[in-house]
Design a protein around this ligand. Structure first.
Ligand SMILES: [Zn+2]
Ligand SMILES: [Zn+2]
Length: 369
């Protein structure tokens, strides 16, 4: 176990990360210090690394520690902490999954039960690097969890490779499909088969979708999407034109279109195509484009005439993370959940970013040793 707290500092798009060392944060009462074991590169970090939208404005000359989709072991428990959020006893060394942000629990949205829309959630992610708790991102050896960050022990049969995506990709997709109420008999289109997309195939089937159609242009991803539950795949290398892909969805759905289309590419370019795949009464779910500063054209009259709606989901509630872990435990032996990530050491973070950016890997995972 690393006795120092290494972290990769991000400065600006196009510049290499730098590894620096920080103190290991002592846990405050009610909090927990984790030893991070794995941290994935999430699409949101790729956007930042590329400088998409207005994200380039968020970087500072001192550098910033990115990373949030991660898992780890309990390093130290703060005063008063004896169990996880299920009441299971917690001890140093236990493997855990955690909410990477902290809803305040007392604002108007939190009290109305939509903690995913809490405006305070991400405050814990900013602060000076030389002030406790130092490393606020998971591209680091240690991370401090505040008292209101949900924390769950990981079941024995769920490996670190499986659970590492639970606290962002998986929980995000669970919250999203809940929001648009994917249910028995729905026909669902998944745009993009990266980490979120392949989980979305499996979760849509779990919720009872009659048909899942997954769209991507990389064979590896399409294959994993099929293994995770997609009934049909559309390869945009074969159907290069938007109209062909829309026609393919219409064909597969008896001319009607899909009840739900989910955007998980992370590009505004695909939104209009997705909207045109919808059946009358359909629901469009936007998750992929999490950054501000881009636009798409929309024909509101078509939405009205066809009784369609657009929903967007960012962050998730604690229950979605809990359900994600239960989903992994239930399907650990049935689905190829270990195949979603590809490993890199922390020192290879630059290569991990560029290989994920080029689409060579589904989801790069930094392994801390
Ligand atoms: Zn993420
Ligand atoms: Zn709140």
């Amino acid at each position: 176990m690393s006795e120092v707290n290494r972290a990769a500092l991000f400065f600006e798009p196009g510049r290499a990360f730098e590894i620096a060392e920080f103190p290991i944060p002592e846990p405050a009462p009610g909090g927990v210090t984790l030893r991070i074991t794995r941290s994935n590169i999430c699409g949101s970090e790729l956007h930042m690394w590329r400088g998409d939208g207005r994200l380039a404005q968020h970087v500072t000359p001192q550098g910033r520690i990115l990373g949030h989709e991660a898992t780890g072991r309990v390093h130290a428990l703060g005063e008063g902490v004896t169990s996880d959020w299920n009441g299971a006893p917690l001890a140093p060394g236990d493997r855990v999954a955690f909410q990477y942000f902290q809803p305040c629990g007392r604002c108007r949205n939190c009290t109305r039960g939509i903690s995913e829309a809490c405006m305070e959630s991400f405050k814990i992610r900013s602060g000076e690097l030389d002030e406790w708790p130092y490393t606020r991102g998971t591209f680091a050896d240690y991370l401090y969890l505040h008292p209101r960050q949900a924390l769950f022990k990981v079941p024995e049969n769920v490996t670190d490779t499986m659970v590492v995506s639970a606290n962002c990709a998986l929980a995000q997709v669970i919250m999203g499909l809940e929001r648009v109420n994917v249910e028995m008999g729905d026909r669902v289109v998944i745009q993009g088969c990266g980490g979120l997309g392949v989980y979305a195939c499996a979760i849509a089937k779990e919720r009872g979708a009659e048909m899942v159609i997954a769209i991507d242009g990389i064979e590896d991803r399409l294959q994993l999407a099929r293994q995770m539950g997609a009934d049909h795949t559309i390869d945009f290398r074969e159907l290069g034109d938007s109209r062909q892909r829309i026609a393919a969805v219409k064909d597969l759905t008896g001319g009607l279109g899909a009840d739900v289309v989910v955007e998980l590419v992370g590009s505004v370019e695909v939104i209009n195509e997705g909207l045109r795949m919808l059946a009358w009464g359909g629901r469009y779910l936007e998750i992929g484009v999490f950054f501000t500063g881009t636009h798409f054209e929309c024909d509101p009259g078509r939405l009205v005439a066809q009784n369609q709606r657009i929903e967007a989901v960012g962050a998730y509630d604690a229950a979605s993370l809990q359900r994600g872990i239960e989903f992994l435990a239930r399907n650990a032996e049935r689905l190829p959940l270990d195949d979603v990530v590809v490993d890199y050491p922390l020192e290879a973070i630059d290569r991990a970013f560029s290989e994920q950016d080029s689409g060579l890997v589904k989801r790069a995972s930094l392994v801390m040793t």
